[in-house]
Design a protein around this ligand. Sequence first.
Ligand code: PLP
Length: 436
Amino acid sequence: MQIRGRLRYSREMAATRAIRLVTEVPGPRSAAVLERLQASVARPLSITFPIAAAEGRGATLTDVDGNVFLDFTGGVGCLNVGHGHPQVVAAAVEQLERFAHTDFTVVPYEVYAALAERLIALAPFSGPAKAAFFNSGAEAVENAVKFARAYTGRNGVIAFEGAFHGRTALALALTSKTHPYKAGLGPVAPEVYRVAFNDVDAIRRAFKATVAPEDVAAIVFEPVQGEGGFVPATQEFVAGVRALCDEHGIVMVCDEVQTGFARTGRFFAIEHFGVEPDLITVAKSIAGGLPLSGVLGKAVVMDAPADGGVGGTYVGNPVAQAAALAVLDAIEEEGLVQRANAVGERIRARMDEWRARWPQIREVRGLGAMLAIELESAALASAVADEAFRRGLLLLKAGIELNCIRVLVPLVIADVELAEALDVWDEALGAALSRA
Ligand code: PLP
């Protein structure tokens, strides 16, 4: 394990309402944990913030020294309903006390059916649809490709520049970033063809120059590229992909791992485009931080692989699924789809103001509460994130160049917390960009 950067900051730097810094950061307890981690954990699991988590509540995270941070990372988009949502915790505990595991394909359970039914009802499929659950986003993507291959009897997969679909062998082949994900870790899976994002003509060219459309099983895309820097797909692109899939019998796979569960101001981001995909992959915010993922899709595609062709010991864990049902209740009862739009509007207004003020901010972009600013360089993005951290705000970078700062804040953030976080971010920009 390594700690990215050496961040040591003093307590005078923050005295606001939600944020509370009571020691230097990292404090002595965090420092002790980090020292042990450094000695015992593999180096590539590098750490962004040199603090050890003790407790999460809503949009705040408290470290082992008692420092309270506002968390705009949401565990990289897993916490749309916030840390420690009481209903989610209660549902998980209740299920855990009854049973934690059977292996679904050995002895099944009802919570699996309940979650499948609810997600299918929420997904934009006009005909019969089915679901299958897995553990991680990468696993969902890999299985989506399996469903598509079994259904079409073809091998090829088209993925896009700037895409991120995970780090397991096939998902890594679909992911489009050399360092740190691919370099030295190959060979990656074959039959993946890379095409420029948001460019339908590039896919048409690839069908002539690179892979015949009748050899392509799936086109896999993110409605808003996440790790690639919060780049929304264009309407023309999504409609064009749908048309090409229809023309050539290709399965359209919409990866909603980061965009789903209200983040973009719709339950699924694909709803912004009025296009019906064939398969949707889900993970991250599905279960309030517990590991769970899934593929939702047209029944004919989902039923295509042979018996036992998809699965795994832990797939569709009942504790995570019980949590997921509570997440769906929370999204509905707390109006988090609408909240994402309100939170997004406030953040975007502030980001537009910053862009007008700071020429080093190249662009503000995103959808709903999935927003980012792009800076001129990775060094500037790091400087802003460091200044925010020293003031108690956790900000995460993104982008092929790592020059974007993205928002994956829990949607349950209170208005006063949001105002406080944006003021801190404003100060951090001032500190980092005025000296640049
Ligand atoms: N797909 C998308 C769009 C993602 O953003 C991610 C993770 O960031 C993944 C897939 C991989 O998910 P996991 O890290 O759970 O394997």
